[in-house]
Design a protein around this ligand. Structure first.
Ligand SMILES: [Zn+2]
Length: 235
């Protein structure tokens, strides 16, 4: 019963993988035992998906003029939908571009601080949480492209980052950067105790990649590979 349930789920995800992300289908095909063996264990955790920025903080601005916060939200919502197909318990730190701030937060800086602390409290108060924060990268020139995964200094974070970076390599040969420990200046990632990674999905400063990052099909592939990497990474 349990086995057929997982077979059905895997078949569903494989189908979606074939439709939306050849990479996920290839990964599950290549590592079926690993992926399936780890899914039941992953069900015990709560995956917190954090679309970076939002509200008064749009994050980086793409060369197309789109704010990073909107792209982050699109990809995170797609990841939430795919996580649901695996039966993963999922919490979003935000589901809209609007954020309710406390009345005391009058300036943009105060709003950002209040929002970051609220997200940190949400993660800290969630038992058995795993945090995946979704962001987009930006550089001063248009050359750099590709994904890179950063990890918190907490147990299990580096392994999770590597798992996601490995699956993202399926999408593009630009995604071959190594994982890196997150800078101390990123508050959320340095104030949680659970495994936590920050995925820079791509560069909004690169014209070709910026267009892809706003494409629903490409967003689905990114989302599927992020969730695939989460499930496939060793716990
Ligand atoms: Zn960002």
């Amino acid at each position: 019963m349990k086995k057929s349930y997982w077979l059905r789920l895997t078949a569903t995800v494989l189908l979606i993988g074939l439709l939306t992300a050849g990479g996920v289908a290839r990964i599950l095909d290549r590592r079926p035992r690993t992926a399936m063996a780890n899914v039941p264990g992953k069900l015990a955790v709560t995956l917190i998906l954090d679309p970076g920025h939002g509200g008064a903080d749009g994050g980086a601005v793409s060369v197309t003029g789109t704010s990073e916060s909107a792209i982050n939200l699109d990809i995170a919502l797609r990841a939430e939908a795919i996580a649901g197909l695996f039966g993963l318990r999922c919490v979003m730190t935000r589901t809209s571009e609007e954020i309710d701030y406390p009345e005391s937060a009058a300036t943009i800086h105060a709003k950002k601080v209040a929002d970051t602390k609220a997200r940190t409290e949400l993660v800290s108060s969630t038992p058995d949480a795993v945090l995946i924060s979704i962001h987009q990268n930006k550089y001063t020139t248009s050359g750099p492209s590709g994904s890179q995964v950063f990890y918190a200094p907490t147990e299990g974070s580096q392994e999770l980052a590597q798992g996601i970076q490995d699956t993202l390599k399926q999408l593009s040969d630009k995604n071959k950067r190594g994982t890196v420990q997150i800078d101390k200046s990123v508050y959320l990632m340095n104030h949680v105790e659970c495994p936590a990674v920050l995925v820079e999905c791509g560069f909004v400063s690169n014209y070709a990649e910026a267009a892809l990052l706003e494409d629903p099909g490409y967003q689905k592939k990114l989302a599927a590979l992020i969730i695939g990497g989460f499930i496939g990474s060793s716990s």
